[in-house]
Design a protein around this ligand. Structure first.
Ligand code: PMP
Length: 290
């Protein structure tokens, strides 16, 4: 495996960064997770735009232009001969000293890893998963805005640990008022009477790129969509529920906090959206040849 590290493609065993890098010391940096399907990078521009927005928000100067970043992603996919890949793009603040001051970090580091990912076994996509509300709430927008995809994912990891402790694959995270925010690495949707609902960004919900793609699919298929405050009760009484994310794609949810959703099987709207999503991943995106 070849890893892109600060402009060079190096062997996996040589892909190392300093222990003085503030990404390592403090989680000071930003990242993206991107997928390619059959030599098409899905929503690449959208991911690069979000990466640059995250970097801008934390005042991290990206050493490449957006165009160069796109080329670097394609180069890494090609170097690894991957038609279907999962790309992890990381920009860390770079090497500094043991204090917090980011001004001591003179040069940000850019790492691009292209690999494969199977987040959940295939049967879970057919059967659906169970999720559980966890005590750890999503970061407050006023503290660490979830729109920033920062390297500090401890909030999400704590929630994931609590879900695993409760015997579930994924955690439902609420905001500080008890409203539904999102899951640890996915956005959440419900279907009620044929209409689609998902929490708005102001609830501490990342504006997921898959989430946007699903809202587009719904609009094209004349399914009414609502970015709306959701309570747990509304999840419990929904007809269908599913999660969306680049790595997870679309995961049907059949149980929330022990309450069965719909008829305990992935619903028909969810299945139709999954089918449509598969279609767009195969027909849109930035093309490359191996
Ligand atoms: N929420 C969180 C907290 C995430 O980490 C992710 C994955 N990046 C998502 C939602 C889904 O976003 P996307 O569809 O852009 O991958």
């Amino acid at each position: 495996m070849k890893v892109y590290l600060d402009g060079k493609l190096v062997d996996k065993k040589d892909a190392k960064i300093s222990v003085f890098d503030h990404g390592f010391l403090y989680g000071d940096g930003v990242f993206e997770g991107i997928r390619s399907y059959d030599s098409l990078v899905f929503k690449l521009k959208e991911h690069i735009n979000r990466l640059f927005e995250s970097a801008h928000s934390i005042m991290l100067r990206v050493p490449l232009s957006k165009k160069e970043m796109i080329q670097a992603v394609i180069k890494t996919l090609k170097a690894n001969g991957l038609k279907d890949g999962y790309i992890r793009l990381v920009i860390s603040r770079g090497v500094g000293d043991l204090g917090l001051d980011p001004r001591k970090c003179k040069q940000a580091s850019v790492v691009i890893i292209a690999d494969r990912i199977d987040l959940y076994p295939k049967e879970l996509y057919d059967k659906g998963i169970e999720i559980v509300t966890v005590p750890t709430i999503r970061n407050l927008c006023e503290a660490l805005n979830p729109q920033i995809k920062s390297l500090n994912y401890l909030n999400n990891i704590l929630a994931k640990i609590e879900a695993i402790n409760a015997g579930c694959q994924e955690a439902l995270m609420l905001d500080h008022l008890g409203y539904v925010a999102e899951c640890t690495g996915d956005n959440i949707f419900v279907v009620k009477k044929g209409e689609l609902y998902t929490p708005p960004q102001c609830m501490g919900t990342l504006r997921g790129i898959t989430r946007d793609a699903i809202l587009d699919i719904a609009k094209k298929n004349k399914i009414p969509t609502h970015e709306h405050v959701l309570t747990r009760h509304e999840l419990f009484i929904s007809d269908e529920c599913f999660l969306t994310g680049t790595a997870a794609e679309i995961v049907p949810v059949v149980k929330v906090d022990g309450r069965v959703i719909g008829d305990a099987k992935p619903g028909k709207t969810t299945k139709a959206i999954m089918k449509e999503f598969k279609k767009i991943t195969k027909t849109s995106g930035v093309k490359y040849t191996l």
